[in-house]
Design a protein around this ligand. Structure first.
Ligand code: KG4
Ligand code: ZN
Length: 355
């Protein structure tokens, strides 16, 4: 048995978790900075790293308290080395080095994209332990910074099948939410507004890119911008920036719910169809969803409806950034003896490790 303490500070969540054997969550603490960044409509990198400095030690303490045990019961420390914001990554990596050094524990460096995929191995306390995912698995990683399809043939073994050529899916949600005055973060705001909308109301473009498994969302975002600018979608909002959602009556009059639902449907349709194609082409035993956008209720439902292979989708709280995913990915690297050296650096532009 091995217990890994994971540390995640790649963006705007200061997170620490303890996971047993890569699966069972013993502690999971996330200090979100979302309220701090809301006023800027996005993550303000310098403020994010300073906030990590303030929060990291209390969050480590809280995770150990939740775990209810001592350092002697931890076998290794896993930490995100990238991709992410440089200043934010540096805080987590250096704290992890300090803890590993002082406690005499091995340090494991984890790729944040790989960590998202490992949400599919995690089990929350009190939940039943299902069988682990089977290989080969087609993984769809859809987050604020990344959108990719990968074939996972074993632990740590990936082949990139497709990726976004421009915006990430989550980035598109965030930008369109801002255009529609729906606030930050955009994904949950669009999901909420879509509840009262007609997904067929606006015929928005889908970038199929032929047979390719790559994605493109910038044309879709521009199409929404043009609708907003033409006044067709929300004449009363032209030139104004709204931080909070509009009152329900105004939302209806302005057709914001229809536009939000049409946008969400366009993103979901492309993600589902390309994932379906990849699963078929590579004879996947399972499809694994990962990343913040995998928390989207419409995406989750559509994947389950339209795919004929089993689809595994983590609990929404494990889709967005947290450290349990880092501890899980770190566990399999630790088991393979993949231990980082003391000169381990951050890699803000790291890609998913390839075979
Ligand atoms: O994985 P994540 O927490 O951070 C990154 O590694 O980027 O993903 C954050 C992204 C944001 O763009 C956010 O708007 C999106 O995930 N997101 C959602 C939902 N919840 C979070 N997008 C659509 N629907 C949601 N319910
Ligand atoms: Zn992430």
């Amino acid at each position: 048995m091995a217990r890994i303490l994971g540390i995640e500070t790649s963006c705007d969540e200061t997170a620490v978790a303890v996971v047993e054997d890569g699966r069972l969550i013993l502690a999971n603490v996330v200090a979100s900075q979302v309220d701090l960044h809301r006023q800027y409509g996005g993550v303000f990198p310098e403020m994010a790293s300073r906030q990590h400095i303030l929060m990291i030690v209390p969050v480590v303490r809280e995770a150990l308290e939740q775990f209810g045990c001592t350092w002697s019961e931890i076998d290794a420390i896993a930490v995100t080395y990238g991709p992410g914001l440089p200043g934010s990554l540096l805080v987590g990596l250096n704290v992890a080095k300090g803890l590993a050094w002082s406690q005499g524990l091995p340090l494991v460096a984890v790729n944040h994209l790989e960590a998202h995929i490992y949400a599919n191995w995690l089990v929350r306390p009190g939940d039943e332990m299902p069988l682990p995912p089977s290989f080969p698995a087609v993984c769809l990683v859809v987050s604020g910074g990344h959108t990719l399809l990968a074939l996972m043939s074993d632990h740590g073994s990936y082949r990139l099948l497709g990726q976004t050529l421009d915006d990430a899916a989550g980035e598109a949600f965030d930008k369109v939410a801002r255009l529609l005055g729906l606030g930050y973060p955009g994904g949950p705001a669009i999901q909420e507004a879509s509840k009262n909308g007609d997904p067929a109301a606006y015929p928005l473009p889908r970038a199929w890119l032929g047979e390719s498994l790559d994605f493109s969302f910038s044309g879709l975002k521009t199409a929404v911008l043009h609708l907003v600018q033409s006044g067709e979608a929300q004449p009363a909002l032209r030139g104004k920036k709204l931080a909070a959602p509009l009152p329900a009556g105004a939302m209806k009059r302005l057709a914001i719910p229809d536009l939000a639902a049409s946008f969400q449907e366009a993103v979901v349709e492309v993600l589902v169809e390309k994932t379906r194609r990849a699963a078929e082409e590579y004879r996947a035993a399972e499809v694994l969803l990962a990343g913040g956008v995998a928390a989207n209720a419409r995406l989750r439902a559509a994947m389950r409806e339209r795919l004929s292979v089993p689809v595994r989708i983590p609990h929404p709280s494990l889709c967005t950034d947290n450290a349990a995913i880092v501890a899980s990915a770190g566990y399999w690297r630790y088991r393979r003896g993949d231990i980082a050296s003391w000169d381990q650096d951050i890699q803000p532009n790291a890609r998913l490790p390839q075979d």
